[in-house]
Design a protein around this ligand. Structure first.
Ligand SMILES: Cc1cc2nc3c(=O)[nH]c(=O)nc-3n(C[C@H](O)[C@H](O)[C@H](O)COP(=O)(O)OP(=O)(O)OC[C@H]3O[C@@H](n4cnc5c(N)ncnc54)[C@H](O)[C@@H]3O)c2cc1C
Length: 131
């Protein structure tokens, strides 16, 4: 939303700058942002061939100003990682087993030693009600 549909990648500052902009409650962000900076923030996209620009406000955007540019970069990286992307296949049930976890979708049951849940949330709950 801060980018007005142009896909704002990040701000031209470091993790301390972002925490400071968030205000006093932002201390909890230090560990996650510290990891992000070590792994490269917008340089992740540049490494995938995405040209980025820094605006006067410090906001960093893809030069294309299209979210599809960033999506394709992430998909390229995902493909190289060997991970499988399963779309349109919601997780219905998850159970622990002696070996790890069993995941049930409408299409299959998967067993796996570990699970990372990233089901999102309401990034800006007020936005939904204003539409
Ligand atoms: C209008 C708008 C504009 C924004 N603009 C920007 C911007 O310019 N720059 C920026 O950095 N951020 C922006 N954001 C914020 C950004 O979109 C979110 O912070 C980000 O998408 C959160 O990522 P996430 O992976 O945590 O969750 P999500 O992107 O919400 O992903 C969670 C995924 O989990 C899936 N899921 C949920 N339940 C299940 C289930 N049972 N089984 C399988 N899958 C499931 C969902 O379908 C979804 O695909 C914007 C947000 C909004 C609403």
């Amino acid at each position: 939303m801060s980018g007005g549909t142009r896909c704002n990648i990040t701000q031209a500052t470091d993790n301390r700058g972002i925490v400071a902009a968030y205000g006093a409650p932002g201390k909890f962000l230090h560990s996650a942002l510290g990891f992000l900076w070590r792994s490269g923030d917008h340089r992740v996209f540049e490494a995938e061939g995405v040209a980025v620009k820094v605006e006067e406000t410090g906001k960093i955007f893809p030069v294309s100003t299209r979210h599809s540019t960033l999506l394709q970069a992430l998909l390229n990286r995902l493909q190289r990682s060997g991970a499988e992307l399963a779309l349109g296949e919601p997780l219905l049930q998850m159970a622990t087993t002696a070996m790890g976890f069993t995941l049930a979708t409408p299409l299959r049951t998967v067993t796996t030693p570990c699970v990372i849940l990233t089901t999102g949330g309401q990034s800006y709950p007020g936005f939904r009600h204003k539409r």
